[in-house]
Design a protein around this ligand. Structure first.
Ligand code: NAP
Length: 293
């Protein structure tokens, strides 16, 4: 039996059980995927210690971590993978050779899906977004932005972060020690019409890492009113519920390529599943398990 699960709060709407149960079933592996909600106001460390004890003694074989614990689990772990250390956040935990390891599959999950989407655009319209990688604009500077900015920087993109609190973006850059390939600092602008208009014409990729547009506030968009979209660009919205956000609708109307966060969600889960089971994850089956949402 393979026992997997997720810690975070709230967890009622998490799609992770669907993804992992579909994968276990497809590979005919006996197992389960449990929800371990820990309210932020919980008293003391006991719920964490109990779960990590189970990982160490084999009662649990793998854990995902989501909001608000991606950073606070770190002191409980023996070791971080280089990517988890660089980003300062853990979304996947496993016990390997007597070591409790914290990993981050959001980074390679985002990179792999972005590559797939860019390749499909290249196949449809060869050369349209060239040169790639070039300039990317990341909207928001929270937890998901850390993974996205790190992934883009590593792949050679020149990143600018647009945040309503630019000091949050500055802190992100400083804490991750990010200096880009040209020895320049990553750019930071305000998330407002004037600042976005100042940078948008140079941009080939826009990634929304804010929750704006997510159900139930489906009419909200992070793209400031009156801001011009670039002429040629891919808009990658990390939000996946609803599948077509207000940002995606307006970008499509401007003739741009778009994709939502479902591909990243599936890929980060597939990579976690592979860390835990050592078997190739059935990505298509996992995708099918959540695409109805
Ligand atoms: P987070 O840590 O709370 O960060 C959210 C960021 O958005 C912060 O910079 C926040 O700024 C900004 N923001 C929030 N409301 C805003 C507003 N009204 N105007 C401008 N900026 C605003 O959240 P997160 O963990 O990064 O998650 C963000 C989104 O990404 C969520 O929708 C989540 O579901 C999605 N996500 C998707 C995947 C995937 O696999 N597809 C993975 C991770 C996350 P303040 O700090 O000033 O509020």
């Amino acid at each position: 039996m393979i026992h997997l699960g997720i810690i975070g709060y709230p967890l009622a709407h998490s799609l992770s059980p669907r993804l992992h149960k579909a994968a276990l079933q497809e590979l005919k592996l006996e197992g389960d995927y449990g929800l371990f909600p820990i309210p932020p106001q919980h008293e003391g460390l006991q719920p964490f210690q109990e779960l990590f004890r189970k990982l160490r003694n084999g009662e649990l074989n793998g854990l995902n971590v989501t909001i608000p614990y991606k950073q606070s689990v770190i002191p409980f772990l023996d070791e971080l993978t280089p990517v988890a250390r660089a980003v300062g956040a853990v979304n996947t935990i496993y016990y390997h050779q007597h070591i409790l390891v914290g990993d981050n599959t959001d980074v390679p999950g985002f990179s792999a899906d972005l590559e797939k989407v860019l390749l499909s655009i290249e196949n449809k319209k060869p050369g349209l977004l060239e040169p790639i990688p070039s300039n990317a604009l990341v909207l928001g500077a929270g937890g998901a932005a850390r993974a996205v900015v790190y992934a883009l920087d590593r792949s050679g993109w020149q990143v600018t972060i647009a945040a309503r609190r630019p000091e949050q973006a500055e802190e992100l850059i400083k804490s991750m020690g990010l200096i880009n390939a040209f020895n320049q600092k990553i750019g930071v602008v305000n998330l407002d019409t004037f600042s976005i208009n100042g940078v948008s014409s140079e941009i080939q990729l826009i990634v929304n890492t804010t929750p704006l547009g997510m159900a139930p506030n489906v009419d909200a968009s992070p793209w400031p009113d009156g801001s011009a979209f670039p002429k040629r660009a891919l808009i990658y919205d990390l939000v996946y519920n609803p599948p077509e956000t207000a940002l995606i609708r307006s970008a499509k109307a401007a003739g741009l390529f778009t994709t939502n966060g479902l591909g990243m969600l599936v890929e980060q889960a597939a990579l976690a599943f592979e860390r835990w089971t050592g078997q190739p994850a059935p990505r298509q089956v996992m995708h099918k398990a959540v695409v109805v949402f």
